[in-house]
Structure formats: C-alpha cells, structure tokens
Design a protein around this ligand. Structure first.
Ligand SMILES: Cc1ncc(COP(=O)(O)O)c(C=O)c1O
Length: 385
C-alpha cells in the first residue's frame, strides 16, 4: 500500500541523523583537503560541502522533501517563486525562443514574460487555458521551448487541464502549482515535465520565508541547476528550514483551510453584495468537474466579486476586523487582497480584462481562524456603509 502523503510530510527530508528538527547549516563555504579535492567539488553537479550557492545540506533536505511529495526524481530550491520561474525560463530559452503561456497568471510572472523576456527576444503567445487544445495548438514546433501554465490560477482560480498539458510533446511543460501545494494535485503524474511552487505560500505556510522550488526528472533539474548556480537566486538555508518545518504541518493546515474555504465560499454565494464566487470545489465553479478530478481538495483561496466596484471594495477593506489586508496567501492569518492594486498592478488594461481582474475582484486567503469568525467578519464588512 503506498504511504499516505500525510505520513510522507513527516518522514521526508531527513538527513539520516537522530535530530528530529532539521539541522540548520549556516555555512556559506566548506574547507577542502587541497587543490584536487577543491577541483572535484567545484566541478561536480550539485556539489555538496563546497559553496552554498552550489548546494547546502539544509536546502537539500527541503528539495528532497518536495521531490518526494511531488513524485519527482529531483528538485531545486530558489530564493523565491519568481527566482524559480525566472531561472526555468532563462535556463531553457534563448533569444528567438517562443513560450506558450496561459493568459491568467500571477502578475509577477506576466511582468517577467512581458518585460525581461521580450527584451531578450523571447516571444510569448498567451492562450485561454479553458479552451480545449489551446496550449497544444499554439506550440510552434522547433521554436517553442516552454508551455507555462498555472492551476489554480491567480487570481480567479481557473483550472487548467493537467492531462492535456502532460500530453504535449516537444517543449517542456511547466505547471505553477503554488495554489494547490504538492498535496492537492500532482502535475508530474499527468505527464507534465516540471512543477514549480512559490514555497513562500502554503508550503512554508507561516509568512516567514521567501522560497521557490522546481521538481521534475533528474536530468532536467540538473540542467536547471547548471544555469541556476550562475543565476544565483538559490535558496537560503534559513528559508529552506522554514519550508521544511512548514511541510510537517501542511496536510493538516491545508485540510482545515480547504474546509473553511468551502464554507466561506458557500456562505458568500448568497450574499447580496457579492456578484460572483470562485472556488474550485464549489459546484458553480466553471471547471468544477475538472477540479474535482485533478485536485484532492479545493485549497485555501476563494475569489469573489464585490458588487458596487472600487468604492464598495474600499469600504469592505476598511471595515474588516479580523481579516487583514495583504497580498500573500497560504499562511495562518486570513488575508484579503485586491489584485488590481496589488498582485496584478501595472499590467496593461487589455491583459487585466482578459484575466477578469476587475475593480470589484478580491481574493481571500483563508487562514486558520474559525470559519464562523471569518464569515462573520467578511459579511459584516461587506454590509458596511
Ligand atoms: C501563483 C504564484 N506563482 C509565483 C509567485 C511568486 O512567488 P514569490 O513571491 O515567492 O516570488 C506568486 C506570488 O504571489 C504566485 O502567486
């Protein structure tokens, strides 16, 4: 019988010592036994005990844990989710390359594709992930290096079909699975090449780490490492420690947050000030059937539209008592975010319109407070005049 992921979250990422807490290796550099030893360490792939940008034992335990949870051969951690995304793009693309990207993505990813990528001559075609076959149809054989998807997507929680993505051959397929965490879905099982996370979010889970991670086949991760070690956005052992500590409690946190999120989404559905609610496991979600098939739980995020536009949104934010106004997600505190003025600020109006980032759209990151209190706080704030 395969081990339950709840158990793997506890047993994984151990260094073989008797220490139950992850040992923190703070050294940036290790001494060697002379020139030949140094040369061997300097030229080995993912060399340990050489220089922390190449590898660090604490970071390695975190990477091993993510690889095991994702069912991957290998993983590499980065200084942030954006560090992971930028490194994947720059490791596998060159001037003249083409990327097929979902048109609903985290704002930072879109800004990276629209800014540095365009400047470096990397061309991007955006597709509607909910049109069947759209990713595959946009692939230009021989030129497309990456197909980049995010599911559930930021901020409207739309769901992309992992099996469809996994069937694409030629370019590497990459899924940003941040909102699902490694526990709610496993993109690699669907044939996707690389899965990545902003581990800043649910994985570390306490709003005290900046961390990214990419998992996949060993050869691909080694190639990513060969670029990443020069790019330099490698993870700090302090953040990796918090990432691994977060993994220990991720199953129970995610389960609680998903239960609360579904209750909150259900309660908000009938609220007169709410015009639309998006939650993957809510039966009214446009890709509900797909979400039920590929996600074991709905996750900690709920998106909804406040009727009355920006003025009503401002009044709601001002009236909140428990829920805090902040952009991140996956932590213990319930946070409300207005994507148009935060995660997606500065993007062109046509892109925002295509993504459904309207004046009234907000995204709730459901924390670990009692769901009755969260619902009462949000409902009271929505009614504030
Ligand atoms: C889906 C998604 N991917 C990537 C990122 C970037 O992660 P980080 O902030 O750790 O760089 C974010 C940040 O919000 C995100 O929401």
């Amino acid at each position: 019988m395969p081990q339950n992921p709840d158990t793997t979250a506890i047993t994984t990422g151990r260094d073989g010592s008797h220490s139950l807490a992850t040992p923190l290796h703070t050294s940036s550099v290790w001494a060697s036994d002379g020139l030949d030893d140094t040369a061997a360490r300097a030229t080995a792939t993912r060399s340990s005990a050489f220089y922390s940008r190449y590898a660090n034992p604490t970071v390695t335990q975190f990477e091993n844990a993510i690889a095991e949870l994702e069912g991957a051969e290998s993983a590499m951690a980065f200084a942030s989710g954006m560090g992971a995304i930028a490194s994947v793009v720059l490791a596998f693309c060159h001037s003249g390359s083409h990327i097929v990207a979902q048109n609903t993505l985290y704002g930072g990813t879109l800004s990276f594709l629209e800014g540095p990528c365009r400047r470096l001559g990397i061309d991007v075609t955006y597709v509607d992930a909910n049109t069947a076959g759209a990713f595959a149809a946009a692939v230009q054989p021989g030129r497309t290096m990456l197909v980049l998807a995010e599911t559930p997507s930021n901020p409207r929680l739309s769901i992309s079909n992992l099996t469809e993505l996994g069937a694409i051959k030629g370019p590497f397929t990459v899924v940003d699975s941040t909102m699902a965490t490694p526990l709610a879905q496993r993109p690699l099982e669907h044939g996707v090449d690389l899965v990545l996370h902003s581990a800043t979010k649910g994985i570390a889970g306490h709003n005290d780490a900046m961390l990214g991670v990419v998992a996949g086949e060993k050869d691909l991760i080694d190639a990513l490492w060969a670029y990443g070690v020069l790019h330099g956005a490698t993870a700090s052992p302090y953040d990796a420690l918090n990432g691994l500590r977060g993994i220990r409690t991720l199953p129970i946190r995610l389960r609680q947050q998903s239960t609360s999120a579904l209750q909150i989404a259900t309660a908000l559905q009938d609220h007169p000030q709410v015009s639309c609610v998006m939650y993957p496991h809510l039966s009214s979600h446009p890709q509900h059937e797909l979400a039920m098939k590929q996600m074991s739980c709905g996750g900690s995020l709920v998106a909804f539209e406040i009727a009355g536009g920006i003025d009503a949104v401002r009044r709601t934010f001002a009236a909140l008592k428990i829920v805090r106004s902040a952009t991140s997600f996956g932590g213990p505190e319930t946070l409300l975010c207005h994507p148009q003025t935060s995660t997606h600020v500065g993007l062109p109006a046509d892109m925002l319109a295509a993504m459904g980032v309207t004046d009234g759209l907000v995204r709730l990151s459901v924390g670990l407070e009692h769901s009755d209190d969260i619902i009462a706080d949000v409902v009271a704030a929505l009614s504030a005049r």
